[in-house]
Design a protein around this ligand. Structure first.
Ligand code: WT7
Length: 651
């Protein structure tokens, strides 16, 4: 945990301005009161949040039923997430929101759409009826493989409305990755689009679905939204056009009264083995967590235009593009395409034209913009911004300062939010009207969250010592399991310390108790803020007929945080050079998607292994990042392998 020293040198402090603090949804008095209540009784705190921020058809009987590692929150309560995101903004004291923008959308080519709460409600009701008409029932899984267009939000809210858990597969994943996820969840329907614009070209999504469904028998229906007008083939009986079904659908639909623990969605994330984990989230606890954190951390107000740049295919998009934002009755801005199309100032141009007030993005994006040059943000009027956020990986203090100065004009608080697909919502974060921030630190746990840094022995580490990030108490947005695999759920998260959640991140705390996240401690790599398992990429490489063996590690990269470095042993007789390396990159892109494309590929006769045959990725990491090997090499089976690898050149 080598970063401790440099991080500790960070002395800059940023207090919220009096002006911001005065208007904050949660000011320092509220925060103090909530921290006190949550420290005494986390359950009482979360129950208060569930009462104040969520609408229930039936109140719960018990706040928490905790049989480690299985939690049930708001037991006996009944509600509907889509009702909370839509219907309740059309009734009572909020009825005026009917004509307020729920979604402001901009396509990559520059086309725009606005859906008011009234319009979005109508579309969601219609699509709920479409799903029903296709025979999708409460409990059935629906896979969504879509570009960033309003239809994606409509489809997920319609699923939530009828109680059919969705499994969103990021549009950048390949047909093979989609097929695995469809099969694991046993999805009965797929919602997709003809394409989606990315860097000026349509992503061929429907083509990938056709490929994926060769070998996914559970799927009976495919609904295709028209976006790019690119040619697609429609299979009679199975495939339906979105607009044709919607034209015929009734706009009347009553939101299902669902149990608080009814499954809301499955979202696949990487683990240390090749098989992706289907992280399961349910209804009442998840919504309480997402809504409360969005209100407190993003300080959402009725006159805000909030933009989270994440794709809805990642958990950030689930919780903070759609559910947490719409449940607050706020306006969420959605952008379809690439950040640098048509030019390097696209984001700043969007902020200026739409008068974005709250902006939430990833450190990897910020580093890209730092490199592109200050002139691009400087060309634009960013004075509408009042709050900035980051998520996905640690932010290096210099990037933080750049974000603060160039984008925030030194007036916007920055919330560095730590959380995971598994946690459902933000866990460690500044509260913008209260917390003094330090660049690089996610500061303190959200009220009701019991985070700690543990030593190997399971004791709190003494500041500033590093250790393992854990969560000692259940929280409402926590994952309820891994789809179809309770044993893996226990093993992955609950086996390191009894009844304590193991996050898989290294961290340390400073003297005032602030948390500093140091990154993943397992073989999972964080590329551009997204977890990629080494195993998945290795399996993809080995699936190439000329590859005998492969190992993949992460190495530091200025822009993406981590870049993938692959060590490949080709089969005998293969001409291993630049052309073959390029072919392997294309192969991995085809198998998993461009996000897993190795930056470096080195060819080698042998990989460094222990006597028991385990690849020593630790040594490969040193080589990939050009470092001396400092760690223990005594378990290495063959020393000469290491020397040869050091001499090997990147292909
Ligand atoms: C991993 C979770 C949560 C949405 C995006 C990623 C890293 C996340 C931070 C942060 C340092 C962070 C951790 C975590 N991470 N936010 N603010 N500071 N690291 O979701 O794919 O489930 O990845 O992202 O390593 O474990 P994910």
């Amino acid at each position: 945990m080598a970063d401790i020293e440099s991080l500790l040198k960070e002395k800059r402090r940023f207090k919220p301005s009096a002006e911001f603090a005065k208007q904050a949804n949660w000011n320092s008095r509220t925060v103090a009161e909530y921290r006190k209540l949550a420290a005494r009784s986390p359950q009482q705190f979360w129950a208060k949040m569930a009462r104040e921020n969520v609408s229930w058809f039936t109140r719960w009987k018990k706040v928490l039923d905790w049989e480690p590692p299985f939690a049930r929150w708001f037991v006996g309560g009944k509600l509907n997430v889509a009702y909370n995101c839509l219907d309740r903004h059309l009734e009572g004291e909020h009825a005026w929101r009917r004509n307020k923008a729920a979604i402001i959308w901009e396509g990559e080519p520059g086309d725009q759409r606005v859906l008011t709460y009234g319009q979005l409600h109508r579309e969601v009701c219609k699509f709920a009826n479409v799903l029903k008409g296709l025979g999708v029932k409460k409990g059935d899984r629906v896979a969504l493989y879509m570009p960033m267009i309003p239809e994606l939000a409509i489809a997920m809210l319609a699923c939530a409305r009828i109680g059919a858990p969705h499994s969103i597969v990021f549009g950048g994943f390949s047909a093979e990755a989609l097929r695995d996820r469809i099969n694991d969840a046993g999805a009965v329907a797929v919602v997709t689009a003809d394409g989606g614009f990315r860097r000026g070209k349509p992503l061929p999504l429907k083509l990938a679905v056709d490929e994926a469904l060769k070998g996914a028998d559970s799927v009976k229906h495919v609904v295709v939204a028209r976006r790019c007008e690119n040619p697609v083939t429609m299979q009679e009986g199975r495939d339906h056009w979105w607009h044709e079904l919607m034209d015929a659908a009734s706009p009347n639909h009553q939101a299902a009264k669902l149990d608080s623990e009814h499954p809301l969605f499955i979202l696949y994330t990487s683990g240390t083995t090749g098989k992706p984990k289907g992280i399961l989230h349910t209804t009442g606890g998840y919504l309480t967590h997402a809504t409360t954190t969005a209100k407190a951390i993003f300080d959402l107000k009725d006159d805000d235009t909030y933009w989270c740049t994440a794709d809805i295919g990642w958990v950030t998009g689930h919780s903070y593009v759609v559910y947490g934002i719409l449940a607050n009755g706020a306006t969420t801005f959605m952008y379809e395409g690439a950040p640098t199309t048509p030019g390097p100032d696209r984001f700043w141009d969007i902020i200026e034209r739409h008068r974005i007030t709250i902006f939430y993005t990833a450190p990897t994006a910020i580093r890209t913009f730092v490199r592109l040059g200050d002139e691009h943000p400087k060309k634009h009027d960013l004075s509408s911004l009042r709050l900035l956020g980051t998520v996905g990986e640690p932010i290096n203090p210099e990037a933080w300062i750049w974000y603060h100065r160039l984008i925030g004009g030194k007036r916007c608080p920055i919330v560095d939010t730590w959380w995971q697909t598994e946690t459902g919502g933000v866990m460690i974060t500044p509260l913008p009207g209260e917390t003094e921030t330090v660049p690089g630190s996610a500061t303190r746990p959200f009220p009701g969250v019991d985070a700690e840094v543990f030593t190997q022995e399971g004791k709190p580490a003494k500041p500033p010592d590093g250790g393992f990030l854990v969560l000692r108490k259940p929280w409402p947005g926590m994952l309820r399991g891994i789809w179809g695999d309770p044993a893996r759920f226990r093993e992955q998260y609950w086996s390191q310390y009894p009844n304590i959640y193991f996050a898989g991140d290294g961290a340390h705390r400073d003297k005032r108790g602030y948390f500093w996240i140091m990154g993943r401690i397992d073989d999972v790599m964080n590329v551009s803020g997204h977890r990629i398992g080494t195993m998945e990429v290795e399996s993809a490489l080995v699936s190439h007929e000329q590859v005998a063996e492969a190992a993949v590690v992460g190495r530091p990269d200025d822009i993406t945080g981590t870049a993938l470095a692959a060590f490949v042993t080709p089969r005998a007789g293969t001409a291993a050079g630049g052309a073959f390396a390029d072919e392997l990159r294309r192969h991995v892109t085809r198998e998993i998607g461009a996000i897993a494309r190795p930056a470096d590929i080195r060819f080698t006769d042998a990989l460094p292994k222990t006597r028991s045959g385990k690849i020593m990725r630790r040594l490969l990491r040193d080589i990939a990042s050009g470092k001396e090997t400092v760690g223990d090499t005594s378990t290495l089976e063959d020393y000469s392998v290491l020397a040869k690898l050091r001499e090997s050149e990147e292909a």
